[in-house]
Design a protein around this ligand. Structure first.
Ligand SMILES: [Zn+2]
Length: 308
């Protein structure tokens, strides 16, 4: 199994275009930028899937040698996209994929509905590419090309702001949109041998039993590192919202869980530009590194390739 981490920043990226905070200013000056959260994964090294489609997708694809078209063709090793949420930083890149001859998108029922109604990228893509949409249900495995198997697990009911008013949804598991727990999911990936196991969960509101089960025997866990502490955003921007209220368990709160579950290699991703861990080489990041290392964790970097 090969995993290419394409982007590691939360929505807005680092630096954020309209932010002159110390961290964003440093990233501008030193070139230590991060693009928005996105991942490419393959079980056989030939058939690749994107997990999320970030607004930075074009440059992310161009920077990944595995995702280049074979010489002399207009083809792509990409076989589809799996979405962990309907948040704009995870779906705007779908528009970038419109040149594809065909496009397969896997999303949960509420996310799929949101992308056909509240933010209708599904109908918008139809004249450009042959798009196929598949509904992902937590707990049900999806068999993908190249021997890759993906199983989603529910991580929460936080909806994108643009879908705040979406009514009840038609699906195999009908429930009012507001009651659903699969607006945000993580994925557990295995290859055909069952020996390589990776978990991707860039939005973790709470450490749920489903997450616990997914992590239990994983080799690699890439998880939500949006904020270092619950009050980080409030402290740095003067706002009132805590990390957890925004659907993100802070690193300070997830780290003890990792320490209690040794075995997997843990990588934090989806780092907000307020998070000191986002700033490679900063004194604050260096001060936090030993605690991360003690729990088997590190910060993911754009372009990182992991082979399992
Ligand atoms: Zn900033």
């Amino acid at each position: 199994m090969k995993i290419r981490i394409l982007g590691t920043a939360a929505g807005g990226g680092l630096p954020q275009w309209n932010c002159g905070c110390a961290g964003c200013a440093t990233a501008r000056r030193t070139g230590t930028a991060r693009s928005q959260d996105c991942l490419a994964i393959s079980a056989d090294g030939t058939a690749w899937y994107l997990v999320n489609a970030s607004p930075d997708l074009r440059s992310q694809l161009l920077a990944a040698p595995e995702l280049a078209p074979p010489p002399g063709t207009r083809a792509t090793p990409l076989r589809g996209v799996l979405l962990t949420s309907g948040e704009l930083d995870h779906i705007l890149g779908l528009v970038t994929l419109r040149e594809a001859a065909e496009l397969t998108v896997h999303a949960t029922a509420p996310v799929r509905a949101a992308l056909h109604e509240a933010f209708p990228v599904g109908p918008l893509l139809a004249p450009y590419t042959k798009a196929r949409w598949h509904t992902v249900a937590p707990g049900e495995a999806v068999e993908l090309a190249g021997g890759l198997r993906a199983e989603a697990f529910a991580l929460g009911g936080k909806r994108p702001r643009y879908a705040a008013d979406l009514p009840a949804l038609p699906s195999r598991h009908p429930a009012p949109a507001g009651d659903r727990t699969d607006w945000v999911v993580g994925y557990r990936f295995t290859d055909a041998t069952g020996r390589a196991r990776a978990v991707y969960a860039p939005g973790v509101a709470e450490w749920t039993p489903a997450l616990d089960r997914a992590v239990a025997d994983a080799d690699l866990v890439i998880l939500d590192g949006t904020f270092a502490t619950d009050d980080e955003l409030a402290e740095r921007t003067g706002g009132a919202r805590g990390s957890r209220g925004m659907g993100h368990l802070a690193v300070a709160d997830s780290l003890p869980r990792l320490a209690g579950r040794p075995g997997p290699r843990y990588l934090y991703t989806h780092l907000n530009n307020t998070n000191p861990l986002a700033h490679r080489g900063s004194p604050e990041a260096a001060a936090l590194a030993p605690a991360l290392a003690a729990a088997g964790a590190a910060v993911a970097e754009d372009g990182m390739l992991v082979e399992l």
